[in-house]
Design a protein around this ligand. Structure first.
Ligand SMILES: Nc1ncnc2c1ncn2[C@@H]1O[C@H](COP(=O)(O)OP(=O)(O)OP(=O)(O)O)[C@@H](O)[C@H]1O
Length: 324
């Protein structure tokens, strides 16, 4: 039975997950038992077709959440529904409706050519042959994998392997795709291509995407909505622009002067760091860099200039420093 379409695709209420860990304490013979609250009081609602960035510092609870959404981990409390199913109780039924891609680990068979891995997946998911052929042809074309189909996975480059993993996760037409650091380690061109593919997938098939990433540009390129998790619970849910505004994130202008000089003084920016002739100036992320660059160039002897975008850690750090 399929659930009414008005139901959100992902509905999480009061979700909890604790872990009991033992740790050594100096001077004590027995290890002490600690309870880690990896996720607590978590509420999330994600509608079909959304592209959501799920971000947070290391150890915030992102992987634990995704594992509960896929049914790998059983919650300690609260409720989770994905496509109307209880993931840990209906894991097999859910597997046919979701796809998962881990940037750092491949789910493909290492010694087999890509094509054979895909055929095994067709059998495992009992994908109807015509649909399988059609999907394979479409993804191989969009992801430019034609020349690699007969290469064993172990011989593929990281970018090729990632495209193989994404194809593998999509052959059975999942309604939702979880992506964990999909662009990690990829060069700029491969990152751009992958983002373009994910946008097209969402537009053409309405596939819902939930993305964890440390790369703010992944979020900028793909996600209208960002959920920030920290210490196991959601601390922000809204647009990326709103997150920037709340956090007051800054960009950095790196200035290489011809000679060492006292901290640069220009309107709209302030010096954060000085190392020899190099100085780091921060200015608001939503402001144009042009007036700052012009002011620095007019008043100082500049050898080189570059601009650094804020990364997710900066944005989150700023969010907290404002809130504190
Ligand atoms: N199997 C486990 N046993 C004990 N503690 C765990 C286990 N899995 C996760 N934790 C703890 O739960 C907390 C959340 O971890 P989780 O892996 O979900 O964070 P994360 O946001 O995915 O981090 P990262 O960005 O580093 O991958 C951390 O304190 C972690 O040490």
């Amino acid at each position: 039975m399929t659930e009414p379409t008005t139901q959100p695709l992902i509905a999480v209420h009061g979700l909890e997950r604790t872990f009991d860990v033992r740790r050594r304490v100096e001077g004590r013979r027995r290890r002490v038992r600690d309870r880690v609250r990896a996720v607590h009081d978590l509420d999330l609602t994600i509608e079909r077709g959304e592209m959501v960035g799920y971000i947070g510092p290391n150890g915030a609870g992102k992987s634990t959440t995704i594992k509960m959404l896929t049914g790998i981990l059983v919650p300690s409390g609260g409720s989770v529904r994905v496509a109307g199913l209880d993931p840990s109780r209906e894991r097999v039924a859910l597997a046919r409706r979701i796809g998962v891609v881990f940037g750092q680990r491949s789910t493909l068979w290492w010694d087999l050519p890509l094509r054979d891995s895909f055929e095994l997946l067709q059998k495992m998911y009992r994908i109807e042959p015509a649909r399988y052929r059609e999907n394979l042809a479409r993804f191989v074309e969009l992801l430019d994998l034609g020349a690699q189909l007969d290469t064993p996975v172990r011989q593929l480059s990281l970018g090729q392997r990632m495209r193989g993993d994404i194809t593998a996760a999509l052959l059975h037409d999942p309604e939702v795709l979880y992506l964990d650091e999909p662009t990690i380690g990829l060069d700029v061109v491969s990152k751009g291509r992958l983002r373009e593919f994910l946008r097209a997938l969402n537009a053409e098939r309405g596939t819902t995407l939930l993305l964890t990433t440390h790369d703010l540009q992944d979020i900028e390129a793909l996600c209208d909505r960002v959920i920030v998790i920290d210490h196991g619970t959601a601390v922000y849910d809204g647009s990326l622009a709103g997150l920037h505004a709340q956090g007051g994130a800054t960009r950095t202008l790196v200035v290489d002067l011809v000679d060492e000089a006292p901290p640069i003084e220009v309107p709209g920016a302030r010096v954060r760091r000085v190392e020899g002739p190099r100085q780091w100036l921060s200015f608001p992320a939503d402001a144009s860099a042009a007036p700052v660059v012009a002011a620095v160039a007019a008043a100082y002897d500049v050898a080189d200039l570059s601009i650094q975008e804020p990364d997710i850690e900066d944005v989150i750090r700023d969010l907290y420093s404002r809130g504190a």
